[in-house]
Design a protein. Structure first.
Ligand code: ZN
Length: 297
């Protein structure tokens, strides 16, 4: 009898901890989201705002959903205390089911943030990226130059970076005073920074397999890089891991269509990788989209 009463007491305390814990977690989750939004609105410069959202938003939202998932598991752990008090086995059954439900809620939410939210966030990012800049000297609204117009304001190295899509430059101009503001954004594809010229134009030219990977051991690969601007080269050795990944290049190339339409306002290419990662790319010209596909390897 005394044995059972201490068990009942334990369940009562357990329930209290779960309830307060869930409230605390939800409170922290809310605080994280509110803090993030306060931080975003406190950044006045549009470009810095863009960078901050791009770097932090998804990370904070994921963290929030993990907290919510744990909170849900806590709440489930208070369900039907009367039954749980009858036999301690029920405590473990409930605990296990609560963990499952909490994990499911957290996992599904994170999947939504990972796969659905980036599209929505992109709209938000575009809003700040294309919001007319103000010339601090004159107070005039500046105009964003198109891809064709901007080249005169970019150095050769910068143009080379744009050609390999490693960097995307936005050029804003004050039409009255001709003041120019150049903003640097990450391009769609990665290129290493060249050790000779310093531009982000170092790309893999070819790869040599020194030793193929087997199921038992890793292989070795040599990557030969060439800078598309200054033509300097670099070679590095890489490990090929035992289980090779699917190569989707052919599939991607076949999948993407750059239509030969006379009036094209924007071209959107969406690449979905084998593990479900979705990447979207926007272009102003067909030629750019075609070059992008050529570079995409
Ligand atoms: Zn270089």
């Amino acid at each position: 009898m005394s044995d059972n009463s201490s068990y009942v007491q334990f369940i009562e305390i357990w329930s209290l901890i779960m309830v307060y814990g869930a409230v605390a977690l939800l409170f922290i989750a809310m605080a994280v989201v509110i803090t993030h939004h306060i931080k975003v609105s406190s950044i006045k410069d549009y470009k810095l705002k863009y960078e901050y959202i791009n770097k932090n938003e998804i990370r904070w939202y994921k963290f929030t959903y993990i907290l919510i998932g744990i909170a849900v598991a806590f709440i489930c752990n208070t369900y039907s205390n009367e039954t749980v008090m009858l036999n301690y086995a029920w405590f473990f059954v409930r605990f296990f089911i609560a963990m499952c439900i909490g994990t499911l809620v957290g996992y599904v939410s994170i999947l939504i943030v990972k796969y659905y939210y980036p599209g929505k966030m992109q709209k938000k990012l575009d809003k700040w990226r294309f919001m007319p800049r103000i010339n601090p000297k004159t107070g005039n609204k500046m105009k964003l130059l198109s891809e064709e117009e901007e080249d005169v304001h970019l150095g050769e190295g910068m143009q080379a970076e744009e050609e390999v899509f490693s960097v995307d430059y936005d050029v804003w101009i004050d039409e009255e005073t001709q003041d120019v503001k150049i903003e640097k954004y990450d391009g769609y594809m990665s290129a290493l920074k060249c050790g000779s010229c310093g531009f982000q134009t170092l790309k893999v030219n070819n790869e040599e397999i020194l030793e193929p990977a087997t199921e038992e051991k890793d292989g070795e690969l040599l990557k030969n890089y060439v800078c598309s601007y200054c033509k300097s080269t670099r070679t590095t050795a890489h490990k090929i891991s035992r289980l090779s990944n699917n190569d989707n290049e052919e599939y991607i190339r076949n999948m993407v269509m750059a239509g030969k339409v006379s009036t094209v306002a924007r071209i959107k290419i969406q690449i979905i990788s084998a593990d479900g990662d979705v990447k979207s790319f926007d272009f102003q010209q067909i030629e750019q989209a075609e070059n992008f596909l050529k570079e995409y390897k």
